[in-house]
Design a protein around this ligand. Sequence first.
Ligand code: CA
Length: 467
Amino acid sequence: MPYEIDETHDPSLESWVESANDPETDFPIQNLPLSLWEMTNLSSQGTHILVPIGDSFLDLDELVEHDLLDRSLYPTFHYDDFDDASKSLAAVMRSSPETRRRLRERISDLLTGKDPSLRDNPEAREECLLDGDDVHEDAMPETHSIGDYTDFYASVHHATNVGSMFRPDNPLLPNYKWIPVGYHGRASSVVPSGTPIVRPKGQTAPAEDGGAPGFGPCKLLDYELEMGVVVGRGNDLGEPISIADAEDHILGLCLLNDWSARDMQKWEYVPLGPFLAKNFATTVSPYIVTMEALAPFRSPRYERPDGDPAPLPHLDSDHDRDAGALDITLEVFIATKQMRDKGIAPHRLSKGNFKDMYWTVAQMLTHHSSNGCNMQPGDLLGSGTVSGPTRDARGCLLELTWDGDPFANPPVKATGADRTPIDLPSGEQRKFLEDGDEIILKGYCEREGFRRIGFGECRGIIQPAKG
Ligand code: CA
C-alpha cells in the first residue's frame, strides 16, 4: 500500500503559522496541497508553486533559493520564462511516492518548527511565507500543464437518474457495471477557479421531427459536481498500469466542475457521446490535495448490491476493495447576482460524498491504460458527476430539479421534462443556470482521530453568450 499514515498526519501537530491551527481552516499542517500561481505584482514574478498553510502560502521555489529545500525533493529550473514552475510541478509528478513522501515530511518539519531554520530566520520567512490576502490580490491561480483530459461517469446514482429520464424501465446500459464508462474531453478549456464562464451557443434539437435544429445561446445550462484526479507518473505506450500500481501513478485530487449545456448535449450526443455541450469550459480548484494527505480518509469501495457482477480480475484487488474509495464530503452552492447584490449568503444545492462512487480512482486509471494507452504526468481524469442515493445528494441541476426518483420505494417515474424549480432565499427560482449565477464547489475530509482537511473552493460565474 503506497500511501500510509505517518507522523505528518498526527492530529496534535501544530504550525507556528497560527492561522493553520484554526479548526475551520481547509489548510492545516496535515494537508499541504500543491498549487500553481502566476504572480503579477508581487516581488517574486513569474509562476510559482505555493503550498497553502492556514491563511498564508509557502513558496517552494523561494525555499530552494534559501537552501531550505533540497533540489532532489523539489527540482527548480532557471527563471527564464513562466513555464519553469510548471516544469517543477511536472518533476514532482514524475517522482516516486517515496520522494513525494519525503517532500511532504520536509515541508511539515519546516512548518511545525521541528526544523526551526525557516521559523527562526526572519529574512527567509519574509520571502518564503506569503500573506494570503496579497496572493489573492496580486496573483492568479493557474492550472498545471494538462496534456489530456478524460471524463468518467462513475456514480451509479447519477447514471441511473440520467438514464431514467430517457429509459425509465432500463436506465443502465449493459456495460455500466463492467467498465468505468468515459469519454475524451478537451484539455485546452480546463480553467482555474474564478475564470468567468461564457454561456455557450450551439445547435439544439428541432422543435418537430424532420425540422431544422435551432442555433443560439444554451437555454439549459448546468454544472456537474466532480472530483478531478491528477496523474503523477505516466506509463509507456503499450504498457498498461496494473490495479496494484494504479495509486502510485496518482498525484492527488482537486474539485472539478464539468459545465454542461443540456439542450445541446441531448441533440449531439448520439452516437459518439458528449462534444460541444461539454468542451466550452471545465473549472478546477487550484489546490491538488495529495494522495499522501488523503491517507487517513480511505474507505471501503462502494458495496455492489446483490446481483451485480464482481469487477473483472484486472479491475479488482483486496486493497481496492478494502480501501479504494475516498471519504470526501462534497457540497455545491449557488449565489445569483441578486443574492450577491443583497448580501445573501450562497445557498446550498446539494451535499454528497465521493465514497459513494461505483468505480474507484484506481479502477478508472487502470481501465484507461488497460489497452496500453499512455497516461502522462498532469493528465486530468474527471470522476463523473458525484451523486448519492438521496435527492439532496444529486450533483447537478439536471437531477436536482427532475421529478423522478428511481431510488424511492416504490420508484417515482417521470420523463426528463417533468421538473420542479428550486426556491432560492432571494425569492428567485432555478431549473437551470441564469446569467450572473455563481456556482461554488467545496470539499473536505473528516474522520474521528484525524485533523479535518479541505480542498478550498471551485468557483465560476456565468456570463451572457457572446455575439
Ligand atoms: Ca461529467
